[in-house]
Design a protein around this ligand. Structure first.
Ligand code: ADP
Ligand code: MG
Length: 256
């Protein structure tokens, strides 16, 4: 192919936003010329690469939009450190049928046992599978909704938390909640009920929710809807954050 023709083709591929194909064209042409590749194989290879690159970009964009603070995977989760957690149950959740069925997941346990890690890992998988995901903490969500109340954009703000196919509400119970937080949480949980999934993490057992939210009746109404179609994972183990420290202490004791 003449240089001018080649440059023209590259320009058109870029205009059509087939950037991966443009990137690979030179190498693909050289390979095709020196092999017995069919025309169909040649085109298919370029199109497959473009397709894959686009999917990767779409996943990356969904991850950014999800506002997840980190990328975590189940592959990097050490199940042997948390024997109270059934790996089979977690891997089943990773198939994401609960999102398809608009069911919820509640992860309970003390600090450092991997609640957020598992929530993030499932959130990442959901992004990979094409779902719209949003990550928030209860404190942040309540602050956003409260601010929107003040400037009367409440219904719009509420949509931020009702629209995603998966909403992750992290750290329910860590900080003392202010007035109205129970109300905001109820609004979100009730609107998503049987419509879209929530993953919620908390260090408080359900019996403590009335006190935590400062309203027993609302806490009951929230739990009723949240748990109607839900999986509850309880992790009762040592904090992973302490793992290295405990190991170091163990070693020191062993030495002395
Ligand atoms: P929690 O939300 O329960 O307080 P995190 O999920 O934030 O705990 O876990 C604390 C840190 O330890 C994170 O960096 C997380 O990735 C890591 N972590 C926790 N449990 C495990 C585990 N079983 N295997 C690997 N990393 C873990
Ligand atoms: Mg956490």
């Amino acid at each position: 192919m003449a240089v001018a023709e080649y440059e023209q083709l590259l320009g058109k591929l870029r205009q059509l936003r087939l950037s991966r194909m443009a990137e690979l064209l030179d190498a693909a042409l050289k390979e095709a010329a020196s092999s017995s590749m069919t025309y169909l194989d040649f085109l298919r290879r370029l199109v497959d690469e473009e397709f894959r690159a686009r999917q990767e970009r779409a996943v990356a964009a969904r991850v950014v939009k999800s506002r997840m603070p980190a990328i975590k995977t189940l592959e990097s989760f050490d199940f042997s450190y948390q024997p109270s957690l059934n790996p089979r149950k977690v891997w089943e959740l990773a198939e994401l049928r609960f999102i398809e069925r608009h069911e919820n997941l509640v992860i309970l346990g003390p600090p450092g046992v991997g609640k957020t890690h598992i929530a993030l890992a499932l959130g990442f998988r959901a992004c990979q599978a094409g779902y719209k995901v949003l990550f928030t903490t209860l404190t942040d969500m309540a602050a956003q909704l409260r601010a929107s109340h003040a400037d009367s954009t409440f219904l719009n703000a509420l949509k931020t938390y009702t629209a995603p196919e998966l909403l992750i509400i992290d750290e329910v119970g860590y900080l003392p909640v202010e007035e109205q937080v129970a109300n905001y949480l109820f609004q979100v949980v009730a609107r998503r009920y049987e419509q879209a999934s929530i993953i919620l993490t908390s260090n408080k057992s359900f019996t403590e929710w009335g006190k935590m939210l400062g309203d027993t009746v609302l806490a009951g109404a929230i739990l009723d809807r949240l748990l109607h179609h839900a999986t509850v994972l309880t992790i009762n183990g040592p904090s992973y954050r302490m793992k290295d420290k405990l190991q170091m202490l163990g070693r020191k004791e062993g030495q002395s």
